[in-house]
Design a protein around this ligand. Sequence first.
Ligand code: HXC
Length: 257
Amino acid sequence: GKFINVRTEAEGTIGVIELNRPKRLNALNRKMIEEIASQMEAFDNDPRIRVIVLQGNERAFAAGADIEEMMKESPLSFELADPFAIWDRFMSVNKPVIASVSGFALGGGFELALHCDLIIAAENAQFGFPEVNLGVMPGAGGTQLLTRSIGKRKALELIWLGEHISAEVALELGVINWVVAPEIIEEETMRLAGKLADQAPIAVRLIKEAVGKAEDLPLQDGLTLERKNFYLTFDSADQKEGMQAFIEKRAAHFKGE
Ligand code: HXC
């Protein structure tokens, strides 16, 4: 794509999408969001791929929506083009998505990271919602996803004040999973992605669905969904392999079937 680089790692089991608009700190224009969503779907539909990694560069994951592009919008142009609807497609990805964040993850860039399942950050990462400083507000899920992640009071603090927080603070708040030195983020991202890629893919997929629903469903409905997904894992060859390997005291080799 024009605004992303795509590659695979670990013998084609990890799909990597690298945001590539470095002169603009990876500011997200519509075309770029469309490219990211399409590539995620392509990886999601590729049976060889088990894990998807989304990354920027050392200076920026993404410094938000493209302000120059956004300036031209009106309520009606938004309504007719409905550009944020593309973001719903990130929600439909069934495979694990890891955001690997160095530098700025602001506004739409932070929202993009929040659409991922796991977030690893370099010590130099900065997260924030500066929209309020522009007289607007988050529009691609920020108010909803951040609040579900860290609660109302902390979410209001961040979104109202518009200040950046460090990776360390983001970790304390529980909005990200790991903080590592900038020199090793690439290696550590691939280690974690590789570990996840070795897990039983059907179990990984059904876990993602069940955990994802925990935030939306009433408890009893969530428990029912979990139970059905648990039962469904018993239709997989990987369940037989996993349990047999335990009995034989050897490592399991999962095939995703
Ligand atoms: C367009 C951007 C941009 C953005 C940076 N650039 N962020 N262009 N949209 N969001 C451009 C700059 O204009 C500049 O272009 C170049 O990238 C390098 O940025 P600098 O500002 O020179 O870098 P620095 O001084 O290091 O400051 C970094 C920064 C600052 C603190 C991240 O760039 C900044 O405040 N950016 C805007 C962050 C923001 O407000 N994001 C929220 C956007 S609203 P030139 O041509 O001068 O080299 C949003 C709404 C989401 O995200 C709605 C859903 C999608």
